[in-house]
Design a protein around this ligand. Sequence first.
Ligand code: ADP
Length: 483
Amino acid sequence: MNAQSTTFPTAALIDGKWITSSKTFPVLDPATGSKLADVPDLNADDARRAIDAAHQAFPAWAAKPAKDRSAILRRWYELLLAETESLAQLMTAEQGKPLCEARKEVVYGASFVEWFAEEGKRAYGHTIPTTGASRRYLTIKQPIGVVAAITPWNFPIAMITRKVSSALAAGCTIVVKPSEETPLCALAVAKLAVDAGVPAGVFNVITTMDAASVGQALTGDDRVRKLTFTGSTEVGKILYRQSADTIKKLTLELGGNAPLIVFDDADLERSIAAAMASKFRNAGQTCVCANRILVQSGIYDRFVAGLHEATSKLHVAPGRDPQSTIGPLINADAITKVKALLADAVAKGAKIEVGGTPDAHGPLFFTPTIVTGVKPRMAIANEEIFGPVASLIRFDTEAEAIAIANDTPYGLAAYLFSQNVSRAWRVAEALEAGMVGINEGMFSNEVAPFGGVKQSGLGREGAQEGLEEYLETKFLCIGGITS
Ligand code: ADP
């Protein structure tokens, strides 16, 4: 591992102690295939120990005044920012994204900690006008209890800080199971939380290769009152089912199939720039990235030409190369999937305008690709591509665009580009999505609610709504009040 990241732990965190194990698994650099570290391969018993710790720590953490929890979170935020460069280096080594993107993710990830440090102080209940002269009504907000978090590899810091900071601000304690692809980032942010003063047991991290067993331990335990998961819809459904027996509260941030719709009356340059940003960030490995680019007939040829030109300026290289704008994909399965989706599309009549081949930098690199003539029924328009492939569908009418956009079980992000304010409103209201970018290709931030509808998930993260996810509303009825 490089010099900057050696200060970060490679042991798991249970009850404030760094835990090693004779059983480990390697963490690989996707750009080179070289080993960065070995981390403990923990099991269901270890997960239960972490739940024990979180359960023990809960009453004291919940009882702390919100202002005191806020001060600790604020310190964590400051430590994350102070370590931006070393965390970014670690993330690029472990996950592959270009350093410039990794730096942005650290700042983005830290922004949630700052926001929830503030928002935790505003978990207000309210008073309710009475229905009886001798009674008074009010509500109070209380932390839900022990939380389990299962997180993905594509934003290995932000997906953890977003969950942990909201849970901790609300007064919950948490057990995090990070992706087996990116445990080092999880451990690094946990170390900074410990340094900031988060007490033992409040924030635990279980590293494992056996996600299914640890997942069962977390979902099967009655003491875990809430599960927050970001990952595939397929795994989300398993966890949803597993949580039924103990009626856990759930936040599920699942897959997407985002349409990005460019109407004839769009600002062409803006829509191309936004499509590039949405599509190619993190080499296309984001759940909100434009999976289907729908372009109206009148602007189609100019849009394709502009996108082609913009794509030629992308620079495929290992993320640590300062020139890099497209790093490696996460693993061999990702490459296999991209190739299969392209082969299927071409076999059914689509055309690869540019790219479409692996890149010489290594087995996990893929060239930025534009595929045109995509039809809504092709697999590439129905599955998450999760690679640097812009897939273009041509349409004629607004109604047709809306119908195509909504013809999917997913409903996470959607984007539309139009200079006509009436059309922008109409289409934004008609799109079945939790988030709509209007003349914007990237919108996620700490003050806005992030989440999906349909099979893209349940609940929201970030924003005021993100705190509510970790709170229960308790109704208090005070009787016998005499005048
Ligand atoms: P992705 O395709 O983005 O890797 P996954 O849904 O497979 O998405 O993984 C997201 C997270 O879910 C990871 O932390 C992974 O280890 C975990 N995971 C995968 N399968 C299971 C399972 N059966 N139970 C619990 N967690 C799981």
